[in-house]
Design a protein around this ligand. Structure first.
Ligand code: GAP
Length: 423
């Protein structure tokens, strides 16, 4: 974890939020490489969950909604954590966070004096308006409600028919008491969710739930996460969210233990019923409140686990074995020698051509070995080197990140070569 944290900062994936002011607990900034990795994760998710299906449309709702939404959705009442307060220093912790509590007790020389657990709401309040009293609203605690309150708008404005889904990616906010493990538990984070609406039928909806479990775990595997590091964990009834009939988490075996990074929930008719929404089947005239199967992934947690899972060391060499589709840069282009204008000119030409098609990077610092080392560490799948032979026969060497093997390829075949590698 320490190594990944240090790499994330050193190479510009993840920075502490407001770092020059001492940081701000639970907030993180993504640097030049982090934003690319994050965008690639979201792009792949959208490709699989929206473009790859005929029965899903996307949307993008506002972060702040009429506060009545949170009343109806049950979040004002039930979106809470049980907290205990240390009577010695008045710090608060989640009462079920045993390790954190034990560590805190050590700070007081193993003395402990705790209050009884009390429920604290995790919605983040904001105050709007220019005159007092200002209007209290909330930053959304899950992106989901924006989809539900637009259910009728989507049905009326598109040709969707049940079963169908609405997909969304966006920021959510939670007043987490104990943020930690880099971005794992943050107060501002991003979710990628599908709300899939089905007929209210116990057996059919269970099958949809099982189908989405397979689709979602398969997606992480297809992008390279090791199978052995993934598992499902069904929610015990007492741990279920207030809206869930039943639920399971996809967990990753992180250095800090098995940890949830996507939830699959059978939400039944909880949300649409509370918002007073229904669906009318135009063919049969039948009216009903659809049931919802939800897949809710965390973009930041996925990114963290893609980084952890792809981190590997080979002697001195650090390699991020990211799937090429996720890698921030697809290709790095170098002239063999920086002080030979004919090599630089040829390499610049290749760089400019490839840059129109892929996100690539130019590197002419230090020697070739150092450049390979630097690109391996940020997960660039291929390095192109222009050498003296390139001037004679219009070929270059392409070095593969994972095998470190090199092949010679004609310059005009490079786009096709990389395109194939990105499939
Ligand atoms: N709409 C359902 C929902 O929000 P959830 O299980 O509370 O369900 C879904 O959250 C996902 O959002 C989690 O699996 C996790 O990946 C991400 N997430 C939740 N809280 C988070 C936090 N404090 N920091 C980072 N990611 C978080």
């Amino acid at each position: 974890m320490e190594k990944v944290t240090s790499l994330a900062k050193r190479r510009g994936f993840i920075f502490q939020g407001s770092e020059i002011y001492g940081g701000y607990q639970g907030f993180w900034d993504y640097g030049p490489l982090g934003v690319e990795l994050k965008n690639n994760i979201k792009k792949e998710w959208w490709k699989s969950m929206v473009y790859g299906r005929e029965d899903v449309v996307g949307m993008d709702a506002a972060i702040i909604m009429n506060p009545q939404v949170w009343e109806a959705s049950g979040h004002l009442k039930a979106f809470s954590d049980p907290l205990v307060e240390c009577k010695i220093c008045h710090k608060r912790f989640k009462s079920d966070d045993e390790t954190v509590i034990k560590n805190h007790e050590k700070e007081h020389g193993d003395k402990s004096d705790w209050t009884e657990p009390k429920q604290f709401n995790t919605l983040t309040e904001v105050f709007l308006g220019t005159t007092e009293p200002k209007e209290k609203a909330y930053l959304r605690g899950e992106i989901t409600q924006g989809v539900f309150v637009n259910f009728k708008n989507v049905v009326d404005s598109t040709r969707v028919k049940i079963p169908f889904g609405i997909a969304q990616i966006g920021k959510a906010f939670r007043n987490e008491i104990t943020p930690g493990n880099l971005t794992f538990r943050s107060r501002e984070f991003e979710q990628m969710e599908l709300e899939y609406f089905v007929k209210p039928d116990e057996k059919d909806s269970e099958k949809t739930f099982e189908d989405f479990k397979k689709i979602r775990i398969g997606w992480y595997e297809s992008l390279g996460i090791k199978k052995a590091k993934l598992r499902f964990h069904d929610h015990e009834p007492e741990k279920r969210a207030h809206y869930a009939r039943y639920a399971t988490d996809i967990e990753y075996e992180a250095p800090f233990g098995w940890s949830e990074f996507e939830g699959i929930h059978h939400r039944g008719d909880f949300d649409l019923k509370n918002h007073g929404l229904k669906y009318r089947d135009e063919m049969t005239g039948e009216e009903f409140v659809p049931w919802v199967i939800e897949t809710s992934g965390g973009v930041d947690r996925a990114l963290l686990f893609f980084l952890i899972d792809s981190y590997s060391e080979d002697g001195e060499r650090i390699v991020l074995k990211l799937n090429p589709r996720l890698a921030p840069y697809k290709v790095a282009v170098f002239p063999l020698l920086k002080n030979k204008p004919e090599l630089v000119e040829k390499a610049r030409g290749i760089y400019k051509d490839l840059k129109e098609k892929f996100n690539i990077v130019w590197d002419d610092r230090g020697n070739i070995g150092k450049r390979y080392f630097a690109q391996d560490e940020i997960g660039t799948p291929w390095c192109v080197t222009v050498d003296f032979q390139s001037l004679d026969d219009d070929t270059v060497t392409v070095r593969d990140r994972d095998s470190a093997k090199q092949v010679r390829i004609a310059i005009d075949k490079l786009p096709e070569y990389f395109q194939n590698g990105l499939k």
